[in-house]
Write a protein that binds this ligand. Structure first.
Ligand SMILES: Cc1cc2nc3c(=O)[nH]c(=O)nc-3n(C[C@H](O)[C@H](O)[C@H](O)COP(=O)(O)OP(=O)(O)OC[C@H]3O[C@@H](n4cnc5c(N)ncnc54)[C@H](O)[C@@H]3O)c2cc1C
Length: 291
């Protein structure tokens, strides 16, 4: 197996163009598992860890694909609370030290924890090849089970994600509290100035996906500028619409029926928490609320 070690992004793109069969490796927390279990025997690995551009983030926000979870939590938690919440649930400290959002996107597992947040928050994925750069909205990035929109010569360079415009929440159900693949997950981002919310489900369909009807329901029902306490009927209807957006399967982690039920519960709860925070902000408090 060839081990390719570019020092710059330009060099990495040249190598990927010349060797489209080379498998990129960032934190290696997915790739090394596949190699160790002999699920994959690539002719070449393309090591991305020496490329400084991929490990930087800049205001705006443009987050290099190689920024590990621990830095998202420590450095970007205030600006991207939803992504930080999801990052805190990934694996263990060791996995969060190595694992990256770029790797989560590269693997494109329906159960990847960052995906619902990226969808709910209107993220755009920057990918590049020697042919140029493409900006792919998150909801066009996931094209099938563990398949993404990358061409064989492309690399994920960065994720563009504006600092939170309002409260954000992420919730994940697993068989235990840590080191667990999501049975299902849910993210919500409020955009009060646009009178709307983003909502997306994970591990509940062939790809992570937005709950579009649920988003439209909130936009047409709620007044984000002058928020009033939420009616239970609104939370229930929102939960139902989120649950209907999913098309889960029965598998070792949970049944389809359980996933649908859990999504409705998570959607109701996270909407309640996010709305409570919005109410606090509008009333001059700005505190985080509990259920
Ligand atoms: C013990 C354990 C626990 C885990 N827990 C969780 C969890 O709770 N939640 C969760 O979501 N995941 C979990 N994972 C999976 C994994 O940690 C994440 O998917 C992580 O984000 C992968 O990032 P990485 O940098 O390690 O990716 P890598 O393993 O380096 O790469 C993953 C995939 O992305 C591709 N890739 C990487 N970077 C690029 C790039 N720049 N351009 C194009 N393709 C690229 C690789 O070729 C590969 O296909 C866990 C893994 C382990 C081993």
């Amino acid at each position: 197996m060839d081990f390719l070690r570019p020092e710059t992004l330009a060099e990495a793109l040249e190598l990927k163009a010349a060797r489209p069969d080379a498998v990129p490796i960032a934190g290696g927390t997915d790739v090394m598992v596949e190699l160790n279990f002999d699920h994959r025997r690539p002719a070449a690995l393309l090591d991305l860890t020496r490329i400084p551009e991929l490990r930087e983030w800049s205001d705006g926000l443009r987050i290099g694909s190689g920024v590990p979870y621990v830095r998202i939590i420590d450095e970007l938690g205030a600006q991207l609370p939803g992504l930080a919440m999801a990052s805190r649930t990934v694996g263990s400290p060791q996995i969060r030290n190595r694992g990256t959002v770029g790797g989560n996107l590269g693997a494109a597992s329906p159960a990847g924890d960052t995906h619902p947040v990226l969808l709910a928050s209107d993220a755009v994925i920057e990918v590049a090849s020697v042919r140029g750069t493409r900006m792919i909205p998150a909801d066009e990035f996931y094209v099938g089970v563990k398949r993404n929109a990358l061409e064989p010569d492309e690399l994920i360079v960065a994720v563009h994600l504006a600092p939170a415009k309002g409260p954000q929440q992420f919730s994940k159900v697993g068989t235990r509290n840590a080191m667990v693949i999501a049975v299902c997950s849910f993210a919500i981002s409020l955009f009060p100035e646009e009178n709307r919310a983003g909502a997306a489900v994970g591990s509940a369909a062939p790809t992570p996906r937005r709950a579009v009807d649920a988003e439209e329901f909130l936009a047409s029902t709620l007044d984000f500028a002058s928020p009033k306490p939420l009616l239970d009927s609104v939370k229930r209807e929102f939960g139902e619409l989120v649950s209907r957006a999913a098309s889960p399967i029965d598998d070792v982690r949970g049944s389809a029926a359980y996933r649908k039920h859990a999504l409705a519960v998570m959607a109701r709860r996270t909407l309640g928490w996010a709305w409570q925070e919005l109410l606090g902000q509008k009333n001059g408090g700005g505190e985080h609320a509990c259920a």
